[in-house]
Design a protein around this ligand. Structure first.
Ligand code: PLP
Length: 223
Protein backbone atom coordinates (compact mmCIF):
# COMPACT_ATOMS: atom_id res chain seq x y z
CA UNK A 1 0.00 0.00 0.00
CA UNK A 2 1.91 3.02 -1.25
CA UNK A 3 1.49 5.45 -4.10
CA UNK A 4 -2.22 5.89 -3.66
CA UNK A 5 -1.69 7.07 -0.11
CA UNK A 6 -2.64 10.59 -1.12
CA UNK A 7 -5.84 9.33 -2.72
CA UNK A 8 -6.78 7.45 0.41
CA UNK A 9 -6.28 10.55 2.50
CA UNK A 10 -8.40 12.63 0.14
CA UNK A 11 -11.16 10.05 0.25
CA UNK A 12 -11.18 9.84 4.05
CA UNK A 13 -11.09 13.61 4.31
CA UNK A 14 -14.14 13.81 2.03
CA UNK A 15 -16.05 11.41 4.28
CA UNK A 16 -15.29 13.38 7.42
CA UNK A 17 -17.20 16.48 8.46
CA UNK A 18 -14.95 19.48 8.01
CA UNK A 19 -14.90 20.14 11.75
CA UNK A 20 -13.34 16.74 12.50
CA UNK A 21 -9.57 16.75 12.83
CA UNK A 22 -7.82 13.91 11.06
CA UNK A 23 -4.81 12.69 13.00
CA UNK A 24 -2.59 10.42 10.95
CA UNK A 25 -1.21 7.77 13.31
CA UNK A 26 2.33 7.08 12.19
CA UNK A 27 3.75 4.58 14.68
CA UNK A 28 5.98 2.21 12.69
CA UNK A 29 5.40 4.32 9.57
CA UNK A 30 8.43 5.55 7.63
CA UNK A 31 9.24 9.23 7.38
CA UNK A 32 8.92 8.89 3.60
CA UNK A 33 5.30 7.84 3.97
CA UNK A 34 4.82 10.69 6.43
CA UNK A 35 6.15 13.11 3.84
CA UNK A 36 3.63 11.74 1.35
CA UNK A 37 0.86 12.28 3.87
CA UNK A 38 2.13 15.80 4.50
CA UNK A 39 2.12 16.51 0.78
CA UNK A 40 -1.51 15.34 0.73
CA UNK A 41 -2.35 17.96 3.34
CA UNK A 42 -1.94 16.15 6.65
CA UNK A 43 -0.63 18.43 9.40
CA UNK A 44 -1.55 16.37 12.47
CA UNK A 45 0.55 13.32 13.25
CA UNK A 46 -0.02 10.91 16.12
CA UNK A 47 2.70 8.79 17.69
CA UNK A 48 2.55 6.27 20.54
CA UNK A 49 6.10 6.47 21.79
CA UNK A 50 8.37 9.40 22.56
CA UNK A 51 11.67 7.89 21.25
CA UNK A 52 10.15 7.15 17.85
CA UNK A 53 8.61 10.60 17.68
CA UNK A 54 11.90 12.22 18.59
CA UNK A 55 13.75 10.47 15.75
CA UNK A 56 11.07 11.35 13.24
CA UNK A 57 10.84 14.97 14.30
CA UNK A 58 14.57 15.30 13.76
CA UNK A 59 14.17 13.94 10.24
CA UNK A 60 11.16 16.10 9.43
CA UNK A 61 12.50 19.38 10.73
CA UNK A 62 12.01 20.99 7.33
CA UNK A 63 8.22 20.57 7.68
CA UNK A 64 7.57 23.29 10.23
CA UNK A 65 3.81 23.39 10.60
CA UNK A 66 3.12 19.91 11.95
CA UNK A 67 1.14 19.43 15.13
CA UNK A 68 2.36 16.37 17.04
CA UNK A 69 -0.06 14.31 19.10
CA UNK A 70 0.94 11.74 21.69
CA UNK A 71 -1.68 8.99 21.72
CA UNK A 72 0.03 6.21 23.69
CA UNK A 73 0.55 5.63 27.39
CA UNK A 74 3.17 7.94 28.83
CA UNK A 75 5.57 6.78 31.51
CA UNK A 76 6.42 9.35 34.13
CA UNK A 77 10.13 9.28 33.30
CA UNK A 78 9.35 10.32 29.71
CA UNK A 79 6.95 13.10 30.64
CA UNK A 80 9.45 15.93 30.24
CA UNK A 81 10.53 14.70 26.82
CA UNK A 82 6.90 14.27 25.79
CA UNK A 83 6.17 17.89 26.65
CA UNK A 84 9.08 18.98 24.51
CA UNK A 85 7.90 16.89 21.56
CA UNK A 86 4.11 17.03 21.56
CA UNK A 87 1.63 19.89 21.46
CA UNK A 88 -1.23 17.51 22.28
CA UNK A 89 -1.28 14.62 24.73
CA UNK A 90 -4.41 12.53 24.22
CA UNK A 91 -3.40 9.83 26.66
CA UNK A 92 -3.39 11.52 30.04
CA UNK A 93 -4.67 8.53 31.94
CA UNK A 94 -4.22 9.19 35.66
CA UNK A 95 -4.26 12.05 38.13
CA UNK A 96 -0.66 11.31 39.00
CA UNK A 97 0.42 11.73 35.38
CA UNK A 98 -1.66 14.88 34.99
CA UNK A 99 -0.06 16.40 38.07
CA UNK A 100 3.43 15.44 36.91
CA UNK A 101 2.79 17.00 33.49
CA UNK A 102 1.37 20.07 35.15
CA UNK A 103 4.46 20.52 37.27
CA UNK A 104 6.84 19.97 34.35
CA UNK A 105 4.82 22.24 32.07
CA UNK A 106 5.21 24.95 34.65
CA UNK A 107 8.99 24.44 34.76
CA UNK A 108 9.20 24.46 30.96
CA UNK A 109 6.75 27.37 30.54
CA UNK A 110 4.50 25.25 28.37
CA UNK A 111 0.75 24.80 28.35
CA UNK A 112 0.06 21.58 26.47
CA UNK A 113 -3.37 20.64 25.22
CA UNK A 114 -4.50 17.37 26.72
CA UNK A 115 -7.35 14.89 26.70
CA UNK A 116 -8.32 12.70 29.61
CA UNK A 117 -8.39 9.03 28.66
CA UNK A 118 -11.49 7.32 29.96
CA UNK A 119 -12.64 3.70 29.98
CA UNK A 120 -16.38 3.51 29.62
CA UNK A 121 -16.26 -0.29 30.03
CA UNK A 122 -13.80 -2.15 32.28
CA UNK A 123 -10.73 -3.10 30.25
CA UNK A 124 -7.69 -4.60 31.97
CA UNK A 125 -5.64 -4.12 28.78
CA UNK A 126 -5.95 -0.36 28.74
CA UNK A 127 -4.93 2.61 30.77
CA UNK A 128 -7.35 5.31 31.73
CA UNK A 129 -9.90 6.41 34.29
CA UNK A 130 -13.11 4.58 34.94
CA UNK A 131 -16.04 6.99 34.91
CA UNK A 132 -16.44 7.17 38.71
CA UNK A 133 -12.68 7.59 39.18
CA UNK A 134 -12.60 10.41 36.67
CA UNK A 135 -15.52 12.23 38.25
CA UNK A 136 -13.81 11.94 41.63
CA UNK A 137 -10.55 13.37 40.28
CA UNK A 138 -12.07 16.40 38.54
CA UNK A 139 -11.48 18.84 41.42
CA UNK A 140 -7.77 17.94 41.46
CA UNK A 141 -7.53 18.05 37.66
CA UNK A 142 -9.12 21.48 37.75
CA UNK A 143 -6.07 22.62 39.73
CA UNK A 144 -3.66 21.64 36.94
CA UNK A 145 -3.42 25.21 35.69
CA UNK A 146 -0.62 24.58 33.21
CA UNK A 147 -2.59 21.98 31.30
CA UNK A 148 -5.23 22.94 28.77
CA UNK A 149 -7.67 20.15 29.40
CA UNK A 150 -9.70 20.02 26.20
CA UNK A 151 -11.82 16.91 26.41
CA UNK A 152 -11.91 13.14 26.56
CA UNK A 153 -10.18 10.35 24.71
CA UNK A 154 -11.38 6.77 24.58
CA UNK A 155 -10.50 3.43 22.97
CA UNK A 156 -13.25 0.80 23.07
CA UNK A 157 -12.25 -2.64 24.34
CA UNK A 158 -11.01 -4.99 21.66
CA UNK A 159 -13.53 -7.17 19.78
CA UNK A 160 -16.75 -5.37 20.61
CA UNK A 161 -19.54 -5.50 18.05
CA UNK A 162 -20.53 -2.27 16.27
CA UNK A 163 -23.61 -1.55 18.43
CA UNK A 164 -21.46 -1.88 21.57
CA UNK A 165 -18.75 0.30 20.08
CA UNK A 166 -21.35 2.89 19.18
CA UNK A 167 -22.62 2.79 22.73
CA UNK A 168 -19.09 3.35 24.12
CA UNK A 169 -18.66 6.41 21.90
CA UNK A 170 -22.10 7.77 22.81
CA UNK A 171 -21.43 7.31 26.51
CA UNK A 172 -18.11 9.14 26.14
CA UNK A 173 -19.88 12.00 24.43
CA UNK A 174 -22.55 12.12 27.14
CA UNK A 175 -19.88 12.07 29.84
CA UNK A 176 -18.12 15.02 28.21
CA UNK A 177 -21.42 16.91 28.13
CA UNK A 178 -22.04 16.13 31.77
CA UNK A 179 -18.58 17.31 32.84
CA UNK A 180 -18.87 20.35 30.59
CA UNK A 181 -22.11 21.35 32.30
CA UNK A 182 -20.33 21.40 35.65
CA UNK A 183 -18.53 24.55 34.49
CA UNK A 184 -15.04 23.82 35.76
CA UNK A 185 -12.77 26.83 35.37
CA UNK A 186 -9.86 24.86 33.98
CA UNK A 187 -11.52 21.88 32.31
CA UNK A 188 -12.92 22.27 28.81
CA UNK A 189 -14.92 19.47 27.20
CA UNK A 190 -15.00 20.61 23.57
CA UNK A 191 -12.91 17.77 22.15
CA UNK A 192 -13.62 14.08 21.78
CA UNK A 193 -10.66 12.05 20.57
CA UNK A 194 -12.20 8.78 19.45
CA UNK A 195 -12.30 6.57 16.40
CA UNK A 196 -9.62 4.44 14.74
CA UNK A 197 -9.45 2.76 11.32
CA UNK A 198 -12.11 0.14 12.06
CA UNK A 199 -14.62 2.25 13.92
CA UNK A 200 -14.20 5.93 13.09
CA UNK A 201 -17.54 6.34 11.24
CA UNK A 202 -19.30 5.30 14.45
CA UNK A 203 -17.17 7.71 16.45
CA UNK A 204 -17.94 10.59 14.12
CA UNK A 205 -21.65 9.88 14.38
CA UNK A 206 -21.32 10.02 18.14
CA UNK A 207 -19.59 13.40 18.02
CA UNK A 208 -15.85 12.76 17.69
CA UNK A 209 -13.89 15.92 16.96
CA UNK A 210 -10.57 14.12 16.41
CA UNK A 211 -10.14 10.71 14.77
CA UNK A 212 -6.85 8.81 15.03
CA UNK A 213 -6.28 6.83 11.85
CA UNK A 214 -3.31 4.59 11.11
CA UNK A 215 -3.85 1.44 9.04
CA UNK A 216 -6.55 2.84 6.80
CA UNK A 217 -4.05 5.43 5.60
CA UNK A 218 -0.70 3.67 5.79
CA UNK A 219 -1.62 -0.01 5.60
CA UNK A 220 -1.11 -2.83 8.05
CA UNK A 221 1.63 -2.45 10.65
CA UNK A 222 3.99 -5.27 11.57
CA UNK A 223 2.55 -7.25 14.45
C1 PLP B 1 -2.43 2.66 16.88
C2 PLP B 1 -3.43 3.58 17.45
C3 PLP B 1 -4.40 4.21 16.64
C4 PLP B 1 -4.53 3.93 15.16
O1 PLP B 1 -5.07 2.65 14.97
P1 PLP B 1 -5.46 2.12 13.52
O2 PLP B 1 -6.28 0.93 13.83
O3 PLP B 1 -4.17 1.83 12.83
O4 PLP B 1 -6.22 3.20 12.84
C5 PLP B 1 -5.28 5.08 17.23
N1 PLP B 1 -5.22 5.35 18.55
C6 PLP B 1 -4.32 4.78 19.36
C7 PLP B 1 -4.33 5.11 20.79
C8 PLP B 1 -3.41 3.88 18.83
O5 PLP B 1 -2.52 3.29 19.65
Amino acid sequence: MTGDLAQRIVKIRQQLPESVRLIAVTKQVSVDAMREAYAAGVRDFGESRTPEAELKQAELQDLPDITWHLIGHLQSNKARKALELFQWIHSVDSLKLAQRLNQLANELSLSPQVCLQVKILPDPNKYGWSVPELLADLPALNQCYNLQIQGLMTIPPFALKPPEIRSVFESTSELADKIGQQNWLNIQMQQLSMGMSDDYPLAVEAGATMVRLGRIIFGQRNP
